[in-house]
Design a protein around this ligand. Structure first.
Ligand code: UDP
Ligand code: MG
Length: 314
């Protein structure tokens, strides 16, 4: 099987048949073997019965994975990749905002260059409001400044990759998934192509501002432990400040008529120093928690793209 299209669906009853038609038109013409892996992410409408209807009618390979409840798009993409049989896997939305023609183009790009492992699409022009666009851009700036993993501005989940990439993605079994980060973390040669995002074929976006904000926070927490270092930095800063204050107070005492060091000054110095030490203590604990957190995700220590054995090994 050459290609598996992985399509997460949540309340997409009006779109799945349409998607199936459009994708079939495009990929039948390409002339290779492909399958459509629909993941019904606990839809509350008739998405599942629509999928079963398509499955019964279609001559094509249609696979359906149906969740017991809504687990979210990340879980749906994971399940889709896990069940996909193709050598190439394409993640694509059910609402036709991402055109199957672009997916076919990605496949051609991968066919043309064997050293390429993944083709990812980024939105050239966003269809959403200016405010949302501003928040999304700010998110990329923040996450790139606090994380070692590189996040490409505007890159979507719409991408096609080889089986070795898929296996690596599946080897990352972390519960709170952030695919944009995972796909960047696993490495491999990725080429980014611009694409024009279309209007939704039917229905509405499942992402409210609140859901997006939570997703962004999850993304930062999954790929950075920098927030856990904040108390350490603040605590050490406060300790340093307390000594600066002490020296300044002593100089002031010496230079003025006061010949003794007032208790108020001492108390303030002590409060700053103790506060700083406590914060720094929490920060140190935070660094250890960060290590435990990273270890608990059980990510692979490395991902080898290929291993070349010596010629004469039996
Ligand atoms: N989706 C999903 N589970 C969810 C939310 C969304 O499987 O909990 C699917 C949805 O059906 C669609 C894709 O993820 O195929 C993208 O969702 P949507 O179109 O709502 O996002 P947007 O394009 O607005 O970013
Ligand atoms: Mg959409």
């Amino acid at each position: 099987m050459k290609l598996s299209l992985v399509i997460p669906c949540y309340n997409e009853e009006q779109n799945v048949a349409l998607f199936c038609n459009e994708a079939t038109k495009v990929f039948d013409a390409e002339g290779y073997e492909y399958e459509l892996v629909f993941v019904n992410d606990g839809s509350k409408d008739h998405t599942l019965s629509e999928l079963k209807r398509i499955h019964a009618m279609a001559k094509h390979n249609i696979r359906i994975v149906s969740f017991s409840r809504n687990f979210g798009k990340e879980a749906a993409m994971y399940a889709g990749i896990e069940h996909a049989k193709g050598d190439l896997i394409c993640l694509i939305d059910a609402d036709l905002q991402q055109r199957p023609e672009v997916a076919a183009h990605m496949v051609r790009m991968l066919d043309a260059s064997p050293e390429l492992d993944c083709v990812a699409a980024f939105q050239q022009e966003r269809l959403e409001s200016g405010t949302l666009s501003f928040f999304k851009k700010s998110f990329y700036k923040i996450i790139n400044s606090v994380s070692d993993t590189n996040f490409t501005q505007g890159a979507s989940d719409f991408r096609t990759f080889r089986r070795n990439v898929a296996e690596s993605v599946l080897s990352m079994g972390e519960y709170h998934r952030f695919s944009k980060g995972i796909l960047s973390w696993v490495g491999f040669n990725t080429e980014y192509i611009p694409y024009e995002v279309q209007e939704r074929a039917a229905g509405e976006s499942k992402w409210s501002f609140k859901k997006l904000f939570k997703y962004a926070v999850d993304g930062i927490m999954a790929f950075s432990t920098a927030p856990l270092a904040i108390p350490l930095v603040l605590g050490l800063g406060l300790c340093a400040l307390s000594f600066v204050y002490l020296i300044a107070a002593l100089i002031w005492c010496a230079a003025s008529y006061y010949t003794y060091f007032s208790t108020d000054m001492l108390v303030l110095f002590a409060v700053m120093l103790i506060g700083g030490l406590q914060l720094a203590g929490i920060g140190i604990v935070g660094r250890y928690i960060a290590k435990i957190y990273e270890q608990s995700k059980d990510r692979p220590i490395y991902i080898a793209k290929e291993i070349i054995e010596p010629k004469n090994e039996k």
